[in-house]
Design a protein around this ligand. Sequence first.
Ligand SMILES: [Zn+2]
Ligand SMILES: [Zn+2]
Length: 179
Amino acid sequence: MKSMQVFFRCPCCEQTARGEVAVGIGGLSCGHCGGQLPVPDDALPDGQVKYCLVCHSHDLFVRKDFPQRLGVFIVALGFLLSAVAWYHYQIGWAFGILFATAGIDVLLYLLVGEALVCYRCHAHYRGVTPGDRQAAFDLETHERYRQLAARQGAPQQAAQDPHQANRGQVASTIAAKDE
Ligand SMILES: [Zn+2]
Ligand SMILES: [Zn+2]
């Protein structure tokens, strides 16, 4: 079975981490802090991702795994070469190069595989086979998760911040000593 790549925001250290997963591997580890995310075997049936391995949300959307930078580079190179041809009065070459680079971009788009992206935590899965229930990006679902995140965001973070909790504890210990 081909390996699957995951790009995710580590829940422990909040950095963007990259990992490889396959059935039976058991866990996904973060290269920054060494934190482990357990990967249940039932989450990966037949090279598919049933639900997000990071936040366990079932809402994932399918998108083309197009290498944006490479696409931009090819177009830029095409413009440059065509400008050189234009400068040397090679009009035919100038247009030919432009059409060829546009064609390469289209071909690249058709050839690249698909990726899955989690609406909730934006984890990115490459080298996967999209499941039946997984469709292209849906603005309504995206909006639902965005609003949910906005509503939960601030108060939840404050409650989970271990430094804040510690400070509160230290303060109450000091207060108890004074008595
Ligand atoms: Zn981490
Ligand atoms: Zn997720």
